[in-house]
Design a protein around this ligand. Sequence first.
Ligand code: CMP
Length: 506
Amino acid sequence: MPASAILRSALSALGLLLALEIAYVVLRRSSPRYRLRLLYHLWAVSLAGVGALLALGRDMVPVTVFDLTVTAAALLTTIVVFSLFEALVLVRPWDSRRGPYVPKLVRDIVRLSLVAVVALVLAHTLFGQPLDKLLLSSTALLAVIGLALQDVMKNLFAGVSLQSERAFHTGDWLLLDGIGLAQVQEMTWRATRLRTNDGLEIVEPNSTIAAERLIAYGSGRKPVAFAPRIGLPYDLPPAEAKAILLAAMREAPGIAQTPAPEVFLESYGDSAIVYRLRAWTQQVAGASRFQDGLLARVWYAVQRAGYSFPFPTRTVEMHDSTQETVRAGEDARARAMALLADLPLFHELPAEALGRLAAAARRVHFDDQEILVREGASGDSLFVIEQGHVLVTMSGEEVKTTAIPLARLGPGSFFGEMSLLTGEPRRATVTADGGCVVLMLERQEVAPVLASDPAIAEALSRSLAEREADTAAKLEDRRGRQRAAPEQSQANFLRRIREFFSLPEA
Ligand code: CMP
């Protein structure tokens, strides 16, 4: 073999190797996701080998040496080219937040299949193996491998399906039966490596994860909701309960303000009304800590509001139910009497008449947004607000607009007197603004009181005239310069009340 040929061959091999290694350095700098190291260098060596053999001349080299070198180079070229395509395109390096186009397991399977195809083609072309025999033996080999590694295959396919469904990604938090909350560290062909909040590393076979119910909480970038249930006492009205719970939740450590927390009345339990909270947080990793903070805040808020948590108790208590009912009735009457006595309207009313009214009054609870009185309906009850607020609105049809707000009334105010006193349809709609408690008095209970004290009819007619004037002014505001509503005088109202209740002239 001439020395010049050897030198030429060595130089071309070295040149090729150098060029490929420089390309490697450039590639690693520009694309840090390119993962091949040893295989790349082997590939560079194999190409340099082919270059050297070609430079020497094919007739100078034994056929087997040449064929084996070309085979190695071809197989390594397949791997390296695919890995390049993977690093530069398939993993979507320009938008890594969205993750790769194709899951890792699928990429690995494609890589393996490509290598297998190239190996088959080489075995056929370079080594003269008949294609049908090759296919048959490789199928048989695959079948044997498949049978022998049944479990591995099961995990492999489960992994592929989990990844192609994009059920979760590395860094996501999963809630798994029997494990609890754990973060995905890595997914391999066989298993998924998880780490719990207690620092335990768990290697869970992919097939188990695929077969089980899995709740994915994501990585914490998007908020997730936790929905603990709370039992609150039956004497705490739902609107108030929700207001207490919501206020406590808004202040809970780690809570996300959007989406806003919510509370739902879920059921009437044996010893408590059950509410389901929906509280959003981005602290997925600290779910237990978040729930702890949330529930603790709820306890303090409920306690401060003067209620305690009901719990099922087996204590047998002997009640004298008749006495208890009597006592509860007396309490309610005393509270009603105190409220009615405070109304300027009834200031002059003797205690005995006030007592009769209080005894007849019905205490009623309304939820937020419930309508107590509907405009246009007939009505013969007077309402006195004991707790909470109501909104008085009038339909805007007359002035071609949406509802016109007239007033917001609170504890100690009354409404519903207009229909009760004049027999006309309700002038406005009254809606609960938050939960509220009202005392309801029917016409037949108010009538004797009006008859007994003429000052009450006068006070009521004054209130009627004032409210009517107020409503007319608000309507006029809306109408602009259009015609104003005819105002009704107090005297006019008084006359109508007297007529309606057949009261004698004062
Ligand atoms: P009534 O018409 O029976 O039913 C609706 C009630 O809304 C009405 O009685 C009044 O008590 C109350 N109402 C009507 N207009 C006003 C107003 N301008 N301000 C406060 N309350 C009002």
